[in-house]
Design a protein around this ligand. Structure first.
Ligand SMILES: [Zn+2]
Length: 270
């Protein structure tokens, strides 16, 4: 499942090739469950020129001269550039024909992704209750301290709550808590004030380190040209149940929290 570093990798790839391009044609194949309805018809992309590609948490925001395209990769969504004659991946739901004779294609076998077109400068409802992006200046140490203080959730689930901080998912919550030596099961409000700056720093460093490696590829995440991410080799605890903690050697354990696996070291995370 793409998290902030994977979506940021895709954003950079899209920004490098999409900004300044005009959409000359739109081929949209509506699919059940794909969250492509509710905004303007996606055919409205035709004739529009891309001015910027932004990101908030796990959402991509493609600014065009007269509209805003919101995209979420869900579990298996991919945005890939292709040449016109190239074979399509199965479950391709949208093809944008660009004015440099390339195509941008959105495929999503599991169809939990989102593609929505909004008027330019619209307030995007999907982001209305979102917290600050984990790498944005608005996500300050003070913001984190205040949000932690008001939360009785287990710390891991707090980090996954996009209303508190946007972009962190299962992999990076586990890794950041390991780096900060904090237990995922302790209540968020019990994090000592002195530890908050460490958690803040480790969270951001973990995300940045992963971006530097092009993200983490587990199932089938790839970037805009089909390359997998290479951060997987640097994971300390995630998906490493029974393997030694790289810091203390104790076996990494797996705990289920809200139906999702948390990987951590009971010996050095308190
Ligand atoms: Zn350990």
């Amino acid at each position: 499942v793409p998290e902030l570093p994977e979506v940021e990798t895709v954003r950079r790839g899209l920004a490098s090739r999409l900004v300044g391009r005009r959409v000359d044609g739109v081929d949209f194949r509506p699919a059940k469950r794909l969250r492509g309805t509710g905004g303007l018809p996606l055919e409205g992309l035709e004739g529009q020129t891309v001015t910027a590609v932004r990101r908030h948490g796990k959402y991509l925001l493609v600014d065009l001269d007269g509209a805003l395209l919101l995209a979420h990769l869900g579990m298996t969504g991919k945005l890939l550039f292709a040449e016109p004659g190239e074979a399509e991946r199965p479950h391709t739901h949208l093809v944008l024909h660009l004015d440099d004779d390339t195509e941008l294609r959105f495929s999503d076998p599991r169809r939990f992704g989102t593609l929505k077109l909004y008027p330019k400068d619209a307030v995007v409802p999907e982001l209305a209750h979102y917290g600050p992006d984990a790498l944005a200046p608005a996500f300050s140490k003070a913001h984190l301290a205040a949000a932690l203080k008001g939360s009785g959730s287990p710390l891991k689930l707090f980090l996954l709550d996009q209303r508190k901080v946007a972009g962190v998912g299962n992999i990076y919550a586990c890794e950041a808590l390991w780096r900060a030596k904090l237990s995922p099961v302790r209540k968020a409000r019990t994090v000592p004030a002195a530890k908050v700056p460490e958690l803040w720093r480790h969270l951001r460093d973990t995300l940045r380190d992963s971006i530097a490696k092009g993200g983490t590829s587990f199932n089938d995440y790839v970037d805009h040209i089909g390359q997998p991410g290479k951060f997987v080799a640097q994971l300390a605890v995630y998906d490493r149940e029974g393997k030694p903690c790289p810091r203390c050697g104790a076996a990494v354990v797996r705990t289920t929290q809200s139906g999702r696996s948390t990987f951590w070291c009971k010996k050095c995370q308190r």
